[in-house]
Design a protein. Structure first.
Length: 100
């Protein structure tokens, strides 16, 4: 049986953006070490406890810091992005050996 992880990076409003980002990366490293086969990161920035406007940045950093797990964005809030921007980002992920 394979295990996967979907994360909606939520943090208390008093946590700094940097600390929240580092916590999310640590969770992904742990999941990789525990043998999870995939992880999906959602985009959330509509409330103070959802300070994650760009899952592609977290995906890219996590791919550099993990070894086996497939990692990809779990969704984008389309009104906040230009279609060409997302097309380029998706092209990078689908050509990555561990991206989806």
């Amino acid at each position: 049986m394979d295990y996967g992880l979907f994360t909606m990076p939520s943090h208390p409003p008093e946590r700094s953006l940097y600390d929240g980002h580092q916590w999310d990366l640590q969770q992904l490293r742990w999941a990789d070490e525990l043998g999870f086969s995939e992880a999906w990161i959602g985009e959330h920035h509509t409330a103070p406890w959802e300070p994650h406007p760009s899952p592609d940045l977290l995906v890219t950093q996590a791919l550099l810091q993990t070894e086996r797990m497939r990692i990809g964005p779990g969704g984008f809030l389309m009104p906040y992005h230009h279609p060409a921007e997302l097309a380029i980002a998706w092209r990078c992920w689908i050509t990555s050996p561990r991206g989806d």
